[in-house]
Design a protein around this ligand. Structure first.
Ligand code: ADQ
Length: 713
């Protein structure tokens, strides 16, 4: 197996300082997690070469072996111009997708050039991946910067196995739909074979978005989405940290290192709190500071006895981060001025990057860690703190809106918007009895120990491997849909006499034990169920407006159905057709049908025109459907055959290959849904619309017996 990791941020940055070149590892959850993976499995990491000396460090293909000094994998750099950095990275990624996904909507700022650049850069990344692909490659893409890369890869290399991990939250459709390119982004991600999220809620939100934006066929139980004949598996993989490494780093610190660090921080005694973050508004540093301020206001006895150490490394050095940084600094200065006593100050503020081996000591000495994110994919700091708590004396206060809170039930939960309870929680954490602290921390440590970083990578890669093993067009089998009149029975003058032949019924009964079967008809539900007279199949009547799901009748509609309009239409259409012999008006409850098969050929057009004329007056509430010698008036909100098929597939058959047989213009909606789900549409006596067709209805029994014999059409 050759692993190709693809991310925006590179794991090693070459920087120029005068005439020397140094190599740095950027702060941030993603890179620290994945560097470990590639060190173990080797392979290639494709990322933006953002360092001032990056070009000097690479070979002609843009590659450099890392990590220094003992390299174990290849870093291939993708080059971006200044305008791409501004528009793709600072623009579409950081000012559109990031705030949108974190539901900080007033920070979303969008312009067209951001999107154009985003597409262009995603194409560059995809080209770099294609240049590295081998037959046994597994491609693992990361995060929101690269949503279109899977699609671009698959356009050139459809058999590549591609997975994507989404590190940040995925919001619900009500939020995501504000994005002008919501469909494109979701479509790009659905080209993945595997799409991983931090917690099940984000996978569920994405699934709903796929359904709403693209009418993709979803299977919530199995966690898959079928779109354009391609299945994407969705799954939660909660990311973690290297527990052993943090534990070892923390445990290795001797008493004198601890004393030395406290002295350096100016902490003479008392409790210590810690916050470690990129200087990022979603981490809610301001709310945290407000709570600390209130804590000292309310609980004066902690003045001089609690010091909060905030390590905040500046990030994304543009707006709104510059202003946010300034606000944080101002607030810290104000709080320190307000509460300082003698040489003690409440907040120690560190703005440099602290290497993990030093960070482990900060975590170890802290009596409380505060994670206050307003929304966060996971939050690795929470887990790093737990792994470093070798003395089991610390308490973690953790925002309910960080993905980590799903797993870390021993933490004190926090709503960062509730500043008063936040302040109380700090007191509660500090004064918690030692035994309670220990038992909570022990359980948390056990959890992180057994759900560590290597489990995360193993789980993801294993799931991705099994996508490769899945045959490309593997389905669970077919789902058969049949129209009734003109499909299962020949068209006759009087619909009441269109009985199903015994041989056709027997064939259908046989198919029922091999595939799920649904009959989708323009007749009323009651009527078609009576005519077919078979149990254990699903029915949709009234062109999709009524459904039988095996247990109950469902009215299929996208909104309220006003019965008044259809009644009024019936009152008017009856006298309008009165003078035309052969017209049959059928009151189907939710809808009205006017059959004119038995009308003299010269007067048929007259029927159609009278109907259209009247229907026009009702165009705001009713829609007109023209079928084979039948006209139908339906409330606008009720489902058509396509909607019914989509619902049946969603509810009973995600992952199955739909096959639909129909003969009528009203079947076209169903053909469209079936085609979109990668299924097979078969028209009877009609060569347009449906890509396959039967010459005439007489061939239906041959088709049914063939379906019975073949395992999977
Ligand atoms: P982030 O929001 O960057 O990433 P987060 O989970 O908060 O990640 O972790 C931050 C990482 O940066 C930690 O490893 C921490 O030690 C390190 N770090 C922060 N400040 C530092 C400093 N001053 N010096 C050194 N290191 C520092 C995204 C999502 C998260 C998700 C991660 C991983 O937003 O929700 O947990 O990816 O998937």
């Amino acid at each position: 197996m050759q692993l190709i990791v693809v991310s925006n941020r590179e794991p090693y940055i070459h920087k120029k300082a005068g005439s020397t070149i140094s190599v740095e590892q950027p702060a941030g959850g993603l890179t620290s997690a994945l560097d470990n993976v590639l060190r173990t499995v080797q392979g290639t990491w494709i990322a933006w070469g953002s360092g001032s000396a990056d070009r000097e460090a690479v070979d002609a293909r843009g590659c450099v072996r890392v990590p220094p000094p003992s390299p174990s994998y290849t870093l291939r750099r993708v080059w971006l111009g200044q305008s791409e950095t501004d528009n793709y990275y600072a623009g579409y990624s950081n000012r559109v997708l990031w705030p949108l996904s974190h539901v900080t909507l007033d920070r979303v700022y969008y312009t067209k050039r951001y999107w154009e650049s985003y597409r262009k850069v995603n194409r560059k990344f995809a080209d770099a991946v294609i240049g590295e692909l081998h037959e046994d490659s597994l491609v693992w893409i990361h995060d929101f910067h690269l949503c279109l890369v899977p699609l671009f890869i698959k356009e050139t290399a459809p058999s590549a196995t591609v997975g994507h991990f989404w590190h940040i939250p995925w919001p619900d459709w009500g939020t995501f739909r504000i994005l002008p390119q919501a469909r494109d982004i979701i479509e790009g991600l659905l080209a993945n074979d595997l799409l991983g999220f931090q917690i099940p809620l984000f996978a569920k939100n994405f699934m709903n978005c796929a359904q709403e934006a693209l009418s993709a066929v979803i299977d919530p139980e199995r966690g898959s989405v079928v779109y354009n004949d391609h299945t994407t598996v969705l799954k939660a993989f909660p990311i973690s940290v290297d527990f052993d490494s943090f534990q070892t780093m923390a445990a290795s610190k001797k008493e004198y290192s601890i004393r030395h660090l406290k002295k350096q921080l100016g902490i003479a005694g008392g409790y210590i709190g810690i916050g470690v973050d990129r200087l990022e508004y979603t981490k809610a540093l301001l709310k945290r500071l407000q709570a600390i301020d209130l804590f000292f206001d309310k609980y004066r006895s902690f003045i001089g006895r609690f010091t909060f150490v905030q390590i905040a490394v500046p990030t994304r050095l543009s707006e709104p981060y510059i202003s946010y940084k300034r606000s944080v600094e101002d607030m810290i200065a104000r709080i320190n001025m307000k509460h300082a006593q003698g040489s003690w100050k409440p907040i120690v503020y560190i703005t440099t990057k602290v290497e993990h081996h030093d960070l482990a000591l900060y975590y170890r000495i802290a009596d409380v860690a505060i994670i206050s994110s307003v929304y966060d994919g996971m939050n690795l700091v929470a887990k790093e703190y737990i792994a470093s708590q070798v003395d089991e004396k610390g308490v973690i206060i953790l925002s309910e809106f960080a993905g980590a809170s799903e797993e870390l039930s021993g933490a004190l939960p926090l709503n960062p918007y509730d500043i008063e309870t936040f302040a109380e929680n700090i007191k509660r954490a500090l004064l918690m009895p030692a035994e309670e602290k220990r038992s909570r921390m022990r359980a948390l440590r056990e959890h992180v120990r057994s759900n560590n970083l290597s489990k995360w990578t193993d789980d993801f890669l294993q799931a991705l491997e099994s996508c490769r093993e899945r045959p490309r067009r593997e389905r669970d089998g077919a789902f058969l849909f049949f129209d009734y009149d003109g499909t299962l029975t020949p068209l006759v003058d009087d619909p009441r006499s269109a009985a199903l032949s015994k041989s056709t019924r027997d064939l259908l009964a046989g198919l029922r034990s091999v595939y799920p079967v649904a009959i989708v008809s323009g007749r009323t539900l009651f009527d078609v169920m009576n005519m077919v007279d078979l149990r254990d199949i699903l029915y949709a009547g009234n062109h999709g407006a009524e459904l039988w799901d095996g247990q109950r009748v469902i009215i299929g509609s996208d909104g309220p159905v006003d019965p008044q309009a259809i009644r009024a239409f019936l009152q008017e259409i009856t006298p309008a057709m009165a003078g035309i012999p052969g017209v049959m008006i059928e009151d189907k409850g939710v809808t009205i049908s006017v059959h004119y098969r038995n009308v003299d050929g010269r007067r048929r057009q007259d029927v159609v025109e009278r109907f259209r004329h009247l229907a026009d007056a009702y165009r705001n509430t009713l829609s007109l459907v023209e079928g084979n010698m039948v006209l139908e008036a339906r409330p606008r909100t009720v489902w058509n055959k396509g909607d019914a098929v989509a619902w049946i597939l969603r509810t009973f058959g995600a992952g199955r290959l739909p096959l639909y047989v129909g003969d009528d213009a009203t079947d076209e909606d169903a053909f469209r849904v079936v085609d979109q789900a990668g299924g097979i549409s078969i028209g009877i006596g009609m060569k347009t619309g449906a890509p396959c067709y039967l010459e005439s209805q007489a061939g239906i029994e041959d088709l049914l017996s063939w379906l019975g014999q073949t395992g999977n059409p």
